[in-house]
Design a protein around this ligand. Sequence first.
Ligand code: MN
Length: 272
Amino acid sequence: MTEHVYSCSDISTAQPSVVALFVSDVHLSADIPATTHAFLQFLQGPARAAQALYLMGDMFEYWVGDDDINDPYHQSICAALHDCTNAGVRLYWIHGNRDFLVGAEFADRCGLQLLPETQSLRAGDKTIVITHGDAECTGDLAYMQFRKQVRNSQWQQQFLSQPLEKRRDIAKQMRAQSQQKQSAAMVLSDVDEDAVSSLAEAHQADILIHGHTHRPALHQYADFSRYVLPDWDCDHATSPRGGWLALLSDGSLQAYDVHGEAIQLPVNRHTA
Ligand code: MN
């Protein structure tokens, strides 16, 4: 794994600049115009100040294959991502559990680079490890089984060999099923504490950043910190939801809400 290196110094400056931004779980689809608008505003505004933008999974509600890129909605997202690249921001993509079929053609058309499931970043003297977060939900056995199946290249080839229309139908059915399940259980699985601590240990991480669970927070452990990114929803929620995390040039991390206002994340201290 090639580490991404950023020089961050602890020397406090009056106005630290933005080094990298982290965002996930926007769940983009043509059905959510207000959320789409908010995300496009983010790409045209705050994102432009960063050296790098990490798109960390479930950016799309679903993705049935790169041959669906000519859909007008997908084209508009793709163009907005490419504009960001053209403005000098390096764009990186980590797959989520909904858009794991995003491939090389999509990446090429948007001017972004696909990353492995887990990416390590060096920020000054700190190691930051980023991942979507679904692989750490090891307590959800049914999901882990499903994940193993759909991340298998043979399964993916077989799925992608079906006509585009059929794949869209399958995705629609799966979304309806998962919405039913979610409204019945009312909760998304959270990450497993053992899984996150092994991940931090394996990479000697000082900081983990992930999304997926829709539980934005800062978790503090004895040896590392864990930042959880928010999901976005400006179409259904009573107050618009979303936001991102920024790595600043002084090495600090700052959370922003969907309007771009700096916010404090709820802090959860874990004692061993
Ligand atoms: Mn997810």
